[in-house]
Write a protein that binds this ligand. Structure first.
Ligand code: GLN
Length: 173
């Protein structure tokens, strides 16, 4: 999705991979597995440092969970894992996100979390039946669905807007 939008992409597996990035995607998958990898490679400190200094991030599904208080502790929110139920309860929904123009996005939820609690710095972009499933805090954007699946690239465009802003004026240090 990002390559199609003209961004250069590479995988981040170890702290050295973070050098020179203008943005980071924490993808879907399993937050337990991602946490193990983060611990094994000593990525938590470098991630907190970079993202804390304003590096734009897009977290999808397990990526949203990784950004919450109980994981990397970067967004002031608590994600409820598998909140919609098990694999069989995966679903699609048309969502109108604040900050995304042009009508609803067809969003794909796969054993998705929702945001169970959040603080005042977290801007909720959309809810399903009262449960927030997309949010923003500074340059961090978290969605409970898989924005990379399907054809709609507007969430990734929103992320790349933050990347462009960061490239123009990265904070010192
Ligand atoms: N259920 C997974 C978790 O708890 C997230 C699923 C996903 O990323 N599609 O980490």
């Amino acid at each position: 999705m990002l390559a199609r939008l003209g961004a250069g992409v590479c995988e981040v597996r170890i702290p050295a991979d973070l050098a020179g990035l203008d943005g980071l995607v924490i993808p879907g998958g399993e937050s337990t597995t991602i946490t193990l990898g983060v611990e094994r490679e000593g990525l938590a400190g470098p991630l907190r440092d970079l993202i804390g200094r304003g590096l734009p991030v897009l977290g999808s599904c397990a990526g949203l969970i990784m950004l919450d208080r109980d994981h990397l502790g970067l967004m002031d929110m608590r994600a409820e894992r598998n909140a919609f139920g098990r694999q069989i309860n995966s679903f699609e929904a048309d969502l109108d996100l604040r900050a995304v123009e042009g009508g609803p996005i067809r969003a794909i939820f796969i054993r998705a979390p929702w945001i169970a609690e959040y603080g005042p710095d977290v801007e909720i972009l959309v809810k399903i039946e009262g449960h927030p499933v997309a949010a923003r805090q500074g340059a961090m954007l978290a969605v409970a669905f898989h924005a990379e699946l399907g054809e709609d690239d507007r969430v990734h465009r929103l992320f790349l807007d933050a990347v462009a802003a960061w490239r123009e004026s990265p904070l010192p240090g």
